[in-house]
Design a protein around this ligand. Sequence first.
Ligand code: NDP
Length: 247
Amino acid sequence: MTERIKDKVIVITGASSGMGEATAKSLAAQGAKVVVGARRADRLEKLVADITDAGGSATAVATDVTKLDDVKTLVDTAVKTYGKIDVIFNNAGLMPLSPLESQKIDEWDQMIDVNLKGTLYGIAAALPYFKEQKSGQVINVSSVYGHISVANGAVYCATKHAVRSLSESLRKEVKPYDIRVTVISPGAVNTELTQHISEPGLGDAVRDIVGEIGVPASTMADMVSFAISQPANVDVSEILFRPTVQP
Ligand code: NDP
């Protein structure tokens, strides 16, 4: 597995915590050069220091994925620093669950901007390079909630369904350029994701469940490694994983 990951240049959004951070560490340990983006620059600097101290290669770029220019700078930095980009892992996301009747319009906008538009901006930034190289891999993060819709999750589920849908269209469009498109849909994973639920009562309930059944963030790193390390003519189109006890 590691041999096909070694020396790959991999851009990761949402790398300041959770699955993005764990994946950056895992891929760097397997010899990839990782270019990590998120808004919390202090966390990214620590991540780069950890990876470098362990003998890996990493570069951080403070990035807000709701800003196309930021995402372009992130991707351009990868190409300027390492000469190419092999993978963009569009992982940044937010999940402030609430019932629609609570009308948390700002949170709806945030989810659409980060989960949906942020993913599109990652594609927009990487695609020109992938087309020129005639190779590349887009890995987008959906969710179990991109397969089903639940109460309190209307907007989150909609964004994650949209990520799967746009990935399917993208895969069909980029076949002439040998570009791979992978969607990874996690179930409950123990990360900071549930900290942003502001709906009274709901946050603690969700945190309790995820804390009890959630699998570690390194599970995502294993899935990403699997998808990247397949031979170039194998496109792992979709991975869906969840804790064994999760319905
Ligand atoms: P975390 O909250 O630990 O990580 C989310 C990451 O997204 C952080 O690094 C955060 O960085 C980043 N992010 C949020 N907003 C922005 C922004 N505007 N610009 C750039 N980066 C941003 O959660 P997870 O690791 O769990 O989440 C990773 C992905 O997995 C998300 O897409 C999530 O929806 C998805 N997912 C998670 C599940 C789970 O159970 N944990 C289940 C299914 C899917 P910063 O705040 O520094 O910008």
